[in-house]
Design a protein around this ligand. Structure first.
Ligand code: ATP
Length: 241
């Protein structure tokens, strides 16, 4: 199976603070990869360096065989990105934002079907700023899928969504994965990670402390429950205790 994402020896510091250290990972086509870790562990920095929106100090990244910095233009057409915050004009309507986004891509997905899948069809004429936190989060996932991407990056996938909306998002992503979409996500919800991820990497202070499957994480930690395994491996348990 081909590597859709390949990261080698990726490092990034902010002054003397090492945010990501010598990160190595690879993601196969049609799989879901979860980058996990406590607040401040380095997940967003890693994603931004992988996407080339932040300059890494060292390391190599290939997405679909392309270099995200050098091949930015061609890669832009093939990937989708959901950030924790998006920039948009203050008064823009949901329909306008979706249309403007779709215009940027050569073969965009039908944004109206995406909105309807995500339960947003009644909101086309609402200003984005009037959406609830959860609705806005769903809209950002829709925007990441509008490019009709081969690979999608979802940072804090379902933060702010209610229980039903989270399940709905999982179902949609599982279906997209079945159709061959490769998904790279970060999440603080271990039930979500267990339901979706084929491979995970747990970061602690910028370093990978575990890399493998959810099953292997349980085995390695000696915990039957994945959240317990995650807490033990990520070191979050130490901080609480
Ligand atoms: N622009 C910046 N300048 C200085 N330090 C930064 C900057 N961005 C992040 N950091 C620091 O780098 C470390 C990693 O931050 P990062 O945002 O990558 O973590 P994260 O795992 O995504 O956290 P969260 O789960 O809270 O979103 C943290 O210690 C953070 O304070």
């Amino acid at each position: 199976m081909e590597d859709v994402i390949k990261v080698t020896q990726l490092s990034k510091s902010y002054g003397s603070q090492k945010a990501v250290s010598e990160l190595e990972l690879s993601v196969k086509k049609g799989t879901v990869f979860g980058l996990l870790g406590a607040n401040g562990a380095g997940k967003s920095t890693a994603i931004e360096c992988i996407l080339g929106t932040k300059k890494a100090d060292q390391g190599q990244v290939l997405i679909l065989g392309l270099n995200p910095v050098r091949d930015r233009k061609s890669l832009f057409q093939k990937i989708g990105v959901q950030f924790q915050e998006n920039c948009y004009q203050t008064e823009i309507l949901v329909s306008e934002l979706c249309e403007e986004t779709a215009c940027l891509y050569q073969s965009p997905a039908d944004w109206k079907s995406l909105c309807s899948e995500f339960g947003l069809s009644g909101k086309y004429k609402s200003p984005v700023k009037n959406l609830s936190g959860g609705e806005r989060q769903k809209l950002f996932i829709v925007m990441a899928l509008i490019p009709n991407p081969q690979v999608v990056f979802l940072d804090e996938l379902t933060t702010g969504l209610d229980a039903k909306a989270r399940r709905d998002v999982w179902k949609i992503l599982s279906e997209l994965k079945r159709r061959g979409l490769t998904i790279f996500l970060t999440s603080h919800f271990m039930d979500e990670v267990e339901a979706l991820c084929d491979q995970i990497c747990i970061l602690k202070e910028g370093r990978a402390v575990f890399y493998g499957t959810v099953g292997q994480a349980k085995q390695f930690s000696g915990c039957e429950d994945f959240e317990e395994a995650y807490l033990a491996l990520s070191g979050e348990e130490d901080e609480i205790g």
